[in-house]
Ligand binder design. Structure first.
Ligand SMILES: C[S@@+](CC[C@H](N)C(=O)[O-])C[C@H]1O[C@@H](n2cnc3c(N)ncnc32)[C@H](O)[C@@H]1O
Length: 302
């Protein structure tokens, strides 16, 4: 931990003092400026806890020293990544939202396979805010299982992105404890996971190879080279963002879908969203929009 060795960090202590409102606002402004993440007043305690946790880890007691470090323009990308990891919630699980997975296997995949006549055309997926990998691996297992069942030789690939580097590291490894594997049924385990013999399971290499994990802050994703997608899964990520940012995110996602492509959101994300090129898919318990087959996306209203 090189930072703890710097001279001006102040005296090490177990716990940094609490911040007053003005300093908290200063921190929130810095975080927003550098990451786009808005921390509203009601989540300031979360910001304080995140700062304290990271400072404790580094042995820094003085908020100002840590602030000065992060406010630097260069050479602090890794430290920002560590802090952002503490300011975001990574809770996830395998097969987390059954209705969305049913939508995938009952509606999205059959439509795709029918439209592509069972050819080896790639089904391209973006799993956004993928955390430690459970969501993209669930999608990969479900897609592969469906393609096996209908005897389709269609290929598929998943790009899985998250702002947090530590979560991506464990996502790439694809190793999970028995407790975290709780949602994975025995037949899926047998087909897609390897028992490591120490109470942990690893996703098979062939399934892991279907997924490309990459770090991406969705609020800074304008130039991210993904387009013509058949499915975007964006669940339990936007709940932490205010409405105007959700709208910005959805506008960006809308542009990345192929005609006929679908984005599946968390049911409470932005149910009233409307777009001239999209229709809402009515499937119980889900919030999903399909891009119509012809035309170019442009936001009509919200
Ligand atoms: C609660 S987890 C949801 C994981 C998974 N999608 C699910 O539904 O189980 C939210 C994830 O979104 C990520 N996240 C938050 N803000 C983000 C941003 N601006 N860009 C990319 N990922 C972000 C967090 O790091 C976290 O891993």
């Amino acid at each position: 931990m090189f930072l703890a060795q710097q001279a001006d960090w102040g005296v090490m202590a177990d716990r940094a003092p609490d911040l007053d409102d003005a300093r908290m606002q200063q921190w929130a402004d810095l975080v927003e400026r550098r990451t786009g993440i808005v921390i509203p007043a009601e989540r300031r305690a979360f910001l304080g806890a995140g700062l304290r946790g990271r400072m404790q880890q580094l042995g820094i007691v003085d908020h100002d020293s840590y602030y000065r470090l992060l406010a630097k323009e260069r050479g602090v990308a890794e430290e920002w990544s560590q802090l952002v990891d503490r300011l975001t919630v990574h809770e996830t699980s395998f097969f987390r939202h059954t209705p969305s997975l049913q939508l995938l296997t009952d509606e999205i995949l059959p439509t795709f396979v029918a439209r592509n006549n069972g050819n080896a055309t790639g089904f391209q997926v973006w799993s956004l805010g993928c955390s430690t990998g459970e969501e993209p691996y669930t999608l990969a297992m479900s897609i592969q299982r469906y393609l096996d069942r209908v005897d389709s030789d269609a290929l598929f690939g998943i790009t899985a992105t998250d702002i947090s580097r530590p979560t991506l590291k464990s996502a790439r490894e694809g190793i999970y404890s028995e407790r975290r594997m709780g949602g994975v049924a025995a037949d899926f385990r047998a087909r897609f996971c390897v028992d490591k013999g120490d109470g942990r399971w690893q996703i098979t290499e062939s399934l892991r190879r279907r997924i490309c994990f990459a770090q991406l802050n969705i609020l800074e994703a304008r130039g991210f080279p993904l387009s013509n997608l058949d499915l975007i899964s964006c669940q339990n990520m936007m709940i932490y963002y205010p409405r105007y940012q959700r709208l910005q995110i959805l506008e960006l996602l809308a542009q990345r879908l192929a005609p006929g492509g679908v984005m599946v959101l968390g049911p409470a994300d932005l149910p009233c969203w409307a777009h001239s090129e999209f229709e809402r898919i009515r499937f119980e318990g889900t919030l999903a929009f399909r891009r119509q087959m012809a035309g170019t996306a442009s936001v009509k209203g919200t």
